[in-house]
Design a protein around this ligand. Structure first.
Ligand SMILES: [Zn+2]
Ligand SMILES: [Zn+2]
Length: 269
């Protein structure tokens, strides 16, 4: 079953390479029924080139509205936002929200990016956690659970993105217990867990975010999953989807969700 939908995508309004119109054109070519743009909300810690500038929110909304109009009748276009925990932004104007954690506060009040570049992740481990990976995991997953509890967003993005650079590849049961506990907490408030295939198509990982043992927990708890390519270019709009479907079946899922103009729908795998 082809998913034919994707709503975790970035454009030139944040750190994507192409416009919403260019990406929508590719989505239509792929036969998508729905396509969403979810550029990064602004935080004081982001490189200004990588997130929506505060003064650009109206232009972003207008640009996506124009694309909506242009593709009306052929492709459902949605205007979302990937909201960071460290971001203060009015969410009422968006069709949907993906909640993600990219930054963790340090002792000095500054935040560390734990998503990019790799050096920042190692800096956080070294200067904030004394080299203790489990402490790093606790801090990150506490932030994810807190974000989900405080902010009423429907989709939780890239749940275990701290695995991106391999730092936790050798982490054992203690690490997994921390992640599982946070996942249980997130599932209390968040109906859809994103299966982020950017891990597969762009980060060279063997598993999406979240990893297989976490996906099995989502299924056991009755949680729902939605695929997200986290595409930063039109060529990546369905990157990793086929592989993710295989992994979801292995984890026991027989359906996934997708977001349409009328809301979420479930489709069989
Ligand atoms: Zn993200
Ligand atoms: Zn993203």
């Amino acid at each position: 079953m082809k998913i034919l939908s994707g709503v975790h995508n970035h454009t030139t309004f944040s750190d994507g390479a192409e416009s919403a119109a260019e990406m929508a054109a590719r989505a239509l070519e792929l036969g998508f029924v729905s396509f969403g743009v979810s550029d990064h909300s602004d935080t004081p810690w982001d490189d200004p080139a990588d997130c929506l500038h505060r003064e650009n929110y109206p232009a972003y909304l207008r640009a996506v509205a124009e694309v909506k109009e242009r593709f009306a009748g052929t492709l459902e276009v949605l205007c979302g936002i990937e909201k960071d925990r460290e971001s203060e932004v009015d969410l009422s104007a968006f069709d949907y929200v993906i909640g993600s954690v990219h930054f963790l506060p340090g002792k000095s009040g500054d935040c560390y990016s734990i998503d990019y570049p790799v050096k920042k992740q190692y800096d956080f481990l070294r200067f904030e956690c004394g080299g203790d990976k489990l402490e790093f995991a606790r801090r990150y997953f506490d932030a994810v659970a807190d974000h989900a509890a405080r902010c009423p967003f429907p989709i939780l993005g890239h749940f275990d993105v701290i695995t991106k650079y391999g730092l936790f590849d050798d982490a054992g049961d203690a690490y997994r217990a921390i992640a599982l506990s946070a996942l249980d907490a997130v599932l209390e408030s968040t109906p859809y867990i994103e299966v982020n295939t950017g891990a597969l198509s762009r980060h060279g990982r063997e598993e999406p975010y979240p990893a297989g043992y976490l996906l099995r927990r989502v299924r056991e708890k009755g949680g729902r999953v939605i695929l997200g390519a986290d595409a930063h270019a039109a060529a990546d709009l369905d990157g990793g989807f086929d592989r993710a479907v295989t992994l979801l079946k292995q984890a026991g899922f027989d359906r996934v969700s997708r977001l349409r103009a009328f809301g979420f729908e479930e489709i069989g795998l």
